[in-house]
Design a protein. Structure first.
Length: 462
């Protein structure tokens, strides 16, 4: 008697999953020319990001710099990101979205090429400031350009597919950065081996500009930013504050994201250093594989996000996935104490890294969807800009302090900071935003009931 409901439930889940896959494939086949070109652009562009994540800090260590120098360089990058976020937005408005994100990509690749060939401390420290500006120019422009130049019916699937390809490209870049140096180290030395591996990623980065150049501007009819006459819009700072309709919500979004930024910056930018210089003593190939598997786990769990969102409140799902990451973070800090050194430690740390990456970053799409749903269209960009600026500023402090702690040989404390930041931020987020989502769900349910009553009343009248 009890088996039939279980089988029925399983069949319903299978039908939902198969229907989801069929619809997903059908939507991607309807992509416009712009959408397909954008996906091609993303594939090449994120290869070098995956490569640099694995290689560049190790390249600096191979040149003889210490962990404090690596941390100082990352600190400068975070500070510059905070300072240049708003100017980059102004430049984007002046020269146009397409020109902005192509310029940001192209100059970013050139700076990366310079960085991998220099031993100058001054250039290595100045580089992150320039990279931050052009990265901001890219990030503030690309998503907006594609939103403006894609059809509303394809937009969700476009960004989902692009996100998946971005993750897979970063995974391939991490593998390439980890394995290619092993082919050249014995013959050319470690520094040159790192450079050769970077060349492959840079070549794909430059090739990715070709489909970007072919993108056409202003295909979509929907241009919400053009609503209203220029005369009706306030100027300067009044225009910025006039767009804010929910200051309390934005304040808590900024607060919770800033706390997370502290925890993340304490570890993630130096994670390759932790694996290489800490108790694991992992080589380039092992680090590349670990980072690639982490990206693969993210690609897999991202596919589960829509199914999770249909069964839970978004805030509950966000809190649950972030809480799931905390034990993995604690494990990464405490495992070296329990196991000392050796291959077993490396395997366990790798498992913990993959678990943290998949669990925590699974919350990102849900977080974006919820944040955008409870803010007015005209205050969304303002909220995002403030989050980027504040998050980058606190990250600069966190990475500066963390790099100095690691330089003493203490690799556990930053993980404790990371776990505490995840816990505190998640508790605040859940307590503040769950009632807002519950109220919104109830209001939507009441509206649906009212619509049904009106339809029924109309049918009786007929």
């Amino acid at each position: 008697m009890s088996a039939e409901p279980a089988n029925t439930g399983s069949s319903q889940v299978l039908r939902q999953v198969s229907g989801f896959v069929v619809e997903y494939v059908a939507r991607t086949r309807e992509f416009s020319r712009n959408a397909n070109l954008y996906v091609l652009h993303v594939i090449g562009m994120d290869m070098i990001h995956g490569s640099f994540t694995v290689l560049f800090n190790l390249y600096l260590l191979a040149l003889g710099f210490d962990v404090k120098f690596v941390g100082l360089r990352l600190t400068i990058g975070f500070v510059a990101t905070a300072v240049t976020a708003v100017p980059a937005g102004f430049v984007s408005d002046r020269i146009g979205r397409k020109a902005s994100f192509i310029l940001g990509d192209g100059v970013g690749a050139i700076i990366a090429l310079v960085m991998i060939h220099t031993r100058s401390e001054a250039i290595l420290l100045a580089g992150p400031a320039f990279v931050a500006f052009f990265n901001n120019l890219h990030h503030t422009s690309e998503a907006a350009f594609m939103a403006e130049n894609s059809q509303p019916s394809e937009r969700v699937h476009l960004f989902s597919v692009a996100g998946s390809f971005r993750t897979m490209s970063a995974m391939a870049g991490a593998l390439m950065a980890g394995l290619l140096p092993l082919m050249f180290i014995d013959e050319f030395g470690k520094v040159n081996a790192y450079r050769f591996a970077t060349y492959a990623g840079l070549a794909l980065w430059f090739l990715s500009l070709a489909p970007a150049l072919l993108l056409r501007s202003f295909e979509a009819v929907e241009r919400p930013e053009l609503e209203g006459s220029p005369e009706s819009k306030p100027e300067g700072w009044r225009r910025l504050t006039a767009d804010i309709k929910h200051p309390r919500r934005i304040a808590y979004f900024v607060l919770t994201s800033a706390i997370i930024a502290v925890g993340t910056a304490a570890v993630v930018p130096l994670l390759n250093v932790v694996f290489h210089e800490g108790h694991m003593h992992a080589d380039e190939g092992e680090i590349g594989v670990l980072f690639a598997v982490g990206e693969l786990s993210l690609a897999v769990v991202t596919l589960l996000v829509p199914l999770l969102a249909t069964r839970m409140l978004k805030v509950d799902a966000i809190a649950a996935t972030r809480m799931m990451a905390v034990p993995f973070v604690l494990a990464m800090g405490l495992l070296p104490v329990a196991f000392g050194e050796g291959s077993i430690l490396l395997v366990l740390m790798g498992i913990a890294h993959v678990g943290r990456t998949g669990a925590f970053r699974m919350s990102f799409p849900l977080d974006d969807a919820f944040n955008m749903s409870v803010l007015e269209p005209r205050e969304r960009a303002t909220s995002t800009g403030i989050e980027i600026a504040v998050g980058s500023a606190v990250s600069a402090v966190a990475i500066f302090v963390s790099s100095r702690i690691m330089d003493t040989g203490d690799f556990a404390t930053p993980f404790m900071v990371m776990a505490a930041a995840y816990l505190v931020s998640t508790m605040i987020y859940w307590k503040v935003f769950r009632p807002i989502e519950v109220d919104a769900e109830e209001a939507e349910f009441e509206d649906d009931e009212l619509d049904e009553l009106q339809v029924a009343e109309g049918e009786r009248t007929d």
